[in-house]
Design a protein. Structure first.
Length: 84
């Protein structure tokens, strides 16, 4: 096998074609386009630290709801797998 003396390791490589996702969009336009995709989306039901500041739910009620859900899940799993 012939060796040309020019290796990719030494920085010699063929030039790459233009990237299919590159554009002439400015960073500001790109940011606006990306954020606009999410502006009309419904809020997530998943709990987050950010959303906690906006919820006025009683801590005890929340804890009771979580305990009830855990008990339901345990009962479902136990009945599904032969537990009592």
């Amino acid at each position: 096998m012939a060796h040309s003396g020019q290796s990719a390791y030494s920085g010699h490589s063929s030039s790459k074609g233009s990237h299919k996702h590159s554009s002439k969009e400015s960073k500001k336009e790109l940011a606006q386009r990306r954020t606009s995709m999410y502006q009309n989306q419904p809020a997530s039901d998943e709990p987050t630290a950010y959303g906690a500041a906006f919820r006025s739910e009683d801590v005890a009620a929340s804890e009771a709801r979580h305990q009830a859900r855990a008990a339901e899940n345990i009962a479902r799993i136990m009945s599904q797998y032969g537990g009592k």
